[in-house]
Design a protein around this ligand. Structure first.
Ligand SMILES: *[C@@H]1O[C@H](CO)[C@@H](O)[C@H](O)[C@H]1NC(C)=O
Ligand SMILES: *[C@@H]1O[C@H](CO)[C@@H](O)[C@H](O)[C@H]1NC(C)=O
Length: 304
């Protein structure tokens, strides 16, 4: 009887302690910092990226926003978006994040366009500091097999450009230096892609399974993917939701859920889906086109 009493007493004591510490943590918590990785042709600190930074700062007053600069100047940053090996970019970013004191209690990440796959690689390769929510805007997670603003799937011109990129994309000299080749995904030559893609095939576990990629991915609280329904830049569009062309052709697509990646759960995405950690959002607009109202209603909740 007496022992039971002590037990209850302890339980009560623990609950009070927990409630107290929860309160302290909550009170001392600033809004989580936001790390942004800009898209191709953009930089950390101008134009469209500035607009996105402003959206976050207005919606979450007092938030710390780190917009990644790859290089020492805005010009270098833009150039590196085309020519700096993505693996080196990711390493550079991991370094920046690990040294930023303001991020050490965790941060939310937003990646725009190709910046989305890149910052996902950060989540997979660099678990510290911890990324909490990952939000990607129009990011081709399964790569691209098409050229920006290519008019129409059936156009002869498109096929010609594709063949040309195909011819060179998996050559090692090009892989090492051309960013877009590093997420070029040729559904007619899946094996070549798997063998030669130095970035995307690696982070998408195409060659083997790196258990730490999977573990780290599953640490995310939410992985939010935004697809732009009238996107004229990313081909195929489904790549923005982690789908892709079915192997062996470039017309029919399959969803993430239908893919081997998901069914074998090579990256933890299936497990995350079952835990409601994946969010598939869409916007009825062209690449990266969304309103402030849409952002406040749909994205800000993930940043709080
Ligand atoms: C898995 O990924 C980690 C983080 O990038 C890396 O250090 C490690 O070498 C990789 N393991 C294998 C077997 O490739
Ligand atoms: C891919 O790599 C495997 C193993 O090294 C090799 O047997 C195969 O021929 C390669 N395929 C292509 C298309 O490069």
């Amino acid at each position: 009887m007496a022992r039971q009493g002590v037990g209850y007493c302890l339980l009560f004591f623990c609950c009070v302690l927990e409630a107290l510490s929860w309160k302290i943590v909550r009170n001392s918590t600033q809004p989580l910092p936001v790390v942004i990785w800009h898209g191709m042709g953009n930089s950390c600190c101008k134009g469209l990226t500035l607009h996105f930074i402003k959206l976050v700062k207005e919606a979450i007053p007092g938030s710390y926003v780190l917009s990644l600069e790859i290089g020492n100047t805005v010009e270098e940053d833009i150039k590196n978006g085309y020519f700096m090996n993505i693996n080196d970019q990711v390493e550079l970013v991991c370094n920046i994040l690990s040294k930023d004191e303001k991020l050490q209690n965790g941060y939310n990440a937003m990646g725009f366009s190709q910046g989305g796959q890149f910052i996902r690689a950060v989540a997979q390769r660099c678990p510290s500091p911890a990324m909490i929510n990952l939000i990607t805007f129009g990011s081709p997670h399964q790569g691209v097999y098409g050229v920006p603003h290519c008019p129409g799937e059936s156009s002869q011109f498109c096929d010609w450009i594709r063949k040309l990129l195909n011819f060179g994309a998996y050559r090692s000299s090009i892989q090492k230096h051309l960013v877009q080749a590093e997420y070029w995904h040729d559904p007619l030559n899946e094996e070549l892609y798997r063998n030669k893609s130095i970035f995307l095939a690696d982070i998408n576990q195409e060659r083997g399974i790196n258990e730490s990629y999977k573990e780290n991915m599953m640490k995310l609280k939410k992985f939010v993917m935004i697809k732009f329904l009238k996107d004229s830049t990313v081909d195929p569009l489904d790549s923005e939701w982690f789908g892709f062309y079915k192997t062996g052709q470039a017309k029919k697509t399959c969803t993430l859920q239908e893919s081997v990646l998901y069914q074998e759960d090579r990256l933890g995405l299936k497990a995350m889906d079952k835990l409601n950690k994946l969010e598939f959002l869409s916007v009825d607009g062209d690449h990266l086109q969304f309103s402030q109202e849409w952002f406040v209603a749909n994205i800000v909740p993930y940043l709080k």
